[in-house]
Design a protein around this ligand. Structure first.
Ligand SMILES: *Cc1c(COP(=O)(O)O)cnc(C)c1O
Length: 386
């Protein structure tokens, strides 16, 4: 298998693979019940959420988790502000519009973060039930200031929903301390599992918002359908609403444990160091980033502009070197940049990271952009070694 360096799905550890292997358990099996309960408990700790916050584990994808947040917190006629940093912010805005919500977009140019004063001005107009944002927009590689956005939401009495699909478990987020109401992700990103689980933690305020809805959410996404199931499994009792993804849930506490064993501070610091090391390698190759400012460049992935004369077929030339990277995603810039994911277990394998730097450098060189590959690898190592 080639080395998977896209921004999700990511490489999966041997322990997670082993935990997912074997006969799929039934949803009433004692070991499965224990895994489900343990995963819920560990989610609170990875999310840095309070004891009263409610984790949900539902079969699905990041998009399902986004939709779940939208339909449980908002109903037709209510207002929401979307602080947009790219493709996935636009997606959650469209979900809200389809729910009949009045959406105010605070846009940023691709590569920029939405301006906090513009977000504040939109909230100050009133009538905003929720502020929605994307922690790391995987299309642009931009990380927003989640702590500041949460503060603005609190100040204006709005709920704060943060899409963490390319960030949770990699970028610092303190759900309770910062006051985030829904922080959501999917299993195949920095959590380090195969794809197939929508993962979300909701605050008490978020649950109260659901309880106050007049327009019920679709049944399969409804917090109140799932809440008794989550409470039962956490009390180590099975309860049925809709069959969980048993194979993946079996592996989830193992993946979360790997993160917790590392320690959240150390985990965030490792991703930060990896982000800086990759940026040093790109700079050494004479490349620039799509994010306009290093301070908002994500640590979980790099979005890097293609140099003059090199097209999006760079991705295939890297693949020929056994490393899979991703092309652009932001519609108007799609053919002008490439993306490299650097999150999860692969960060414990420096040789794989150096292989990635080497593969990109050699491929650029082959395409006519001269690169001193050894110098790029050294630039990476100098930062990654700390
Ligand atoms: C990947 C991603 C999604 C979508 O997740 P899927 O599992 O593909 O549905 C949403 N938001 C962000 C920020 C992502 O990176």
């Amino acid at each position: 298998m080639p080395l998977l360096m896209i921004p999700g799905p990511i490489e999966v550890s041997d322990r997670v693979k082993e935990a997912a292997a074997g006969a799929p358990p039934g949803h009433l099996a004692p070991d499965f019940i224990e895994s489900f309960g343990a995963a819920l408990e560990r989610m609170r700790r990875v999310w840095l959420a309070g004891d009263d916050a409610q984790p949900f584990i539902v079969a699905g994808s990041g998009t399902i988790a986004m939709e779940m947040a939208v339909v449980n917190l908002l109903e037709p006629g209510q207002g929401a502000v979307v602080a947009s940093s790219g493709y996935f912010s636009q997606r959650i805005a469209e979900m809200a519009r389809r729910r009949g919500v009045e959406v105010t977009m605070v846009e940023a140019e691709p590569g920029a973060a939405p301006a906090l004063d513009a977000v504040e001005a939109a909230l100050a107009k009133g009538g905003c039930k929720a502020l929605l944002a994307t922690h790391v927009d995987t299309s642009t590689g931009v990380r927003v200031d989640a702590k500041a956005l949460a503060g603005l939401a609190r100040q204006h009495d709005a709920l704060f929903v943060l899409d963490g699909v390319c960030a949770t478990g990699a970028e610092r987020l303190e759900m309770e301390a910062w006051g985030v109401d829904v922080y959501l992700t999917a299993s195949q990103k920095a959590i380090g599992l195969p794809a197939g689980l929508a993962l979300l933690v909701a605050s008490r305020r978020a649950l109260a918002a659901r309880a106050g809805l007049k327009a019920l959410p679709p049944m399969s996404l409804d917090f109140e359908q799932w809440l008794p199931i989550m409470e039962a499994y956490e009390a180590r009792q099975p309860k049925y609403f809709s069959t969980p993804a048993t194979t993946l849930v079996k592996a989830l506490p193992v993946g979360l444990d790997e993160i917790l064993e590392h320690g959240m501070d150390a985990r965030f610091a490792l991703h930060e160091r990896a982000g800086r090391a990759f940026r040093a390698a790109w700079a050494s190759m004479g490349l620039t980033l799509l994010p306009k400012d290093e301070a908002i460049a994500a640590n979980s992935l790099s979005a890097v502009m293609l140099p003059d004369g090199v097209g999006p077929d760079l991705v295939a030339a890297v693949k020929a070197r056994d490393v899979v990277i991703a092309g652009g995603l932001y519609p108007s810039l799609k053919t002008q940049y490439f993306r490299v994911g650097h999150m999860g277990v692969v960060l414990t394998r420096p040789a794989d990271l150096e292989k990635t730097v080497r593969a990109v450098g050699e491929a650029l060189d082959e395409k006519g952009h001269a690169v001193d590959v050894d110098a790029a690898v050294k630039a990476f190592q100098a930062v990654f070694a700390g």
